[in-house]
Design a protein around this ligand. Structure first.
Ligand SMILES: [Zn+2]
Length: 366
């Protein structure tokens, strides 16, 4: 470690000198082409209201979640723990170093969208990351479907009454709402999840999410993640949420993340088309909520290697599919599944889905 530090600082000095020379040359050559050198200013992470996420007293002494996402100065290594693969455990140690060598530092929670410095993906310390079993619920509409609704519209709609009952069940059974950022940081071993985490997601940005879901989430103290189609918002499409609504929800602690600009089948898009849909929506959301959204939801659940590769290039940290899955690991971060909550999902079925044996906590295997 000391050797590495020395090496880095010596190298930094050389790079510093080089940069100085370059800066002088550049300034001389290009006076008036200013770009400002914007400082990276960590924006405040929206904090959930009414959350109770204190780790249990018996929790192992992993670093606790820091709002700034700064890593501890000497992270407790998870690397020495032998990988235990037991399907009843809530997590699995996963060897990830070969696929993704650790990057040096996580430098900040959310960066000012005007800066060009990308926030690095949180990567595992050492060799292992954790594959965590966490229920990620997928919702679309929270409303009574209209009388003329087709079978798909009905299936995608959960009534506000049912949604309230589901939130009440979550609260009565001690679940804590988390977001994808918390999930990522727990997977790489930076933080620990609450004892019973649940991640609520809403696709498409329907207006009833603001009218019906948002007040209920506030009432029951659950944060949620809303995947929005930014052109629908930009052009004020009827039946969808507006930017003031989304900004208000973001300030209240919910996450606004990307569901593309126009909700196309991304498998049909060429490279430019993918950039336009993904980067365009990412930057638009960043401009409105003050942090760069790092999670993507595939429109229609459709994706391929090219879409995943583009998400990597654009510094996304993960993506949601419509596949039915509750295990979430680092290497599969662009294919994290979810649990679909349907119009006819009964409270008992909801409870069965949530009561995953062994779910529940991000702790080291015993
Ligand atoms: Zn969608």
């Amino acid at each position: 470690m000391a050797l590495r530090k020395t090496f880095l600082s010596g190298r930094a000095t050389r790079i510093g000198s080089l940069l100085l020379v370059l800066a002088v040359l550049t300034t001389a050559a290009a006076v008036g082409v200013g770009c400002g050198g914007a400082a990276v200013e960590p924006a405040a992470i929206p904090q959930p209201s009414g959350q109770t996420g204190d780790p249990p007293a018996t929790a192992p002494s992993l670093p606790t979640p820091a709002p700034t996402l700064l890593p501890p100065s000497s992270p407790t290594p998870a690397a020495t723990v032998a990988p235990i693969v037991d399907p009843t455990l809530a997590l699995r140690a996963t060897q990830t170093a070969a696929a993704a060598p650790p990057t040096p530092e996580i430098t900040g929670a959310a960066i000012n969208p005007t800066t060009t410095t990308p926030e690095p993906l949180p990567t595992p310390y050492g060799v292992y990351s954790w594959t965590l079993k966490v229920p990620i619920l997928m919702y679309h509409y929270i409303s009574q479907p209209p009388a003329d609704a087709d079978v798909y519209r009905v299936d995608l709609s959960v009534t506000p009454d049912n949604f309230r009952q589901q939130l009440a069940w979550l609260r009565d059974n001690g679940y804590t709402g988390i977001d994808y950022y918390e999930l990522s940081l727990a997977i790489v071993g930076v933080t620990e999840l609450p004892e019973k985490p649940v991640l609520l997601t809403f696709d498409d940005g329907y207006l009833d999410n603001y009218i019906a879901a948002f007040p209920l989430l506030q009432e029951y103290g659950y944060k949620a993640t809303f995947f929005v189609v930014t052109d629908f918002v930009d052009f004020g499409r009827e039946g969808y949420m507006t930017w003031p609504m989304l900004e208000e929800m973001s300030r209240a602690g919910h996450r606004i993340e990307s569901h593309s600009r126009t909700h196309p089948d991304l498998r049909d898009k060429d490279r430019d088309g993918l950039i336009w849909e993904m980067l365009g929506s990412q930057q638009t959301i960043a401009a409105h909520v003050g942090y760069t959204p790092r999670y993507f939801c595939y429109p229609g659940g459709d994706y391929n290697e090219a879409t995943i590769q583009m998400l990597r290039e654009l510094d996304f940290w993960g993506a949601a599919t419509t596949a039915n899955d509750t295990w979430h690991g680092f290497n599969e971060r662009f294919e994290w599944g979810r649990l679909r909550i349907r119009n006819d999902t009964t409270l008992q079925e909801f409870a069965n889905v949530l009561d995953l044996e062994g779910t529940v906590r991000g702790k080291l295997p015993q």
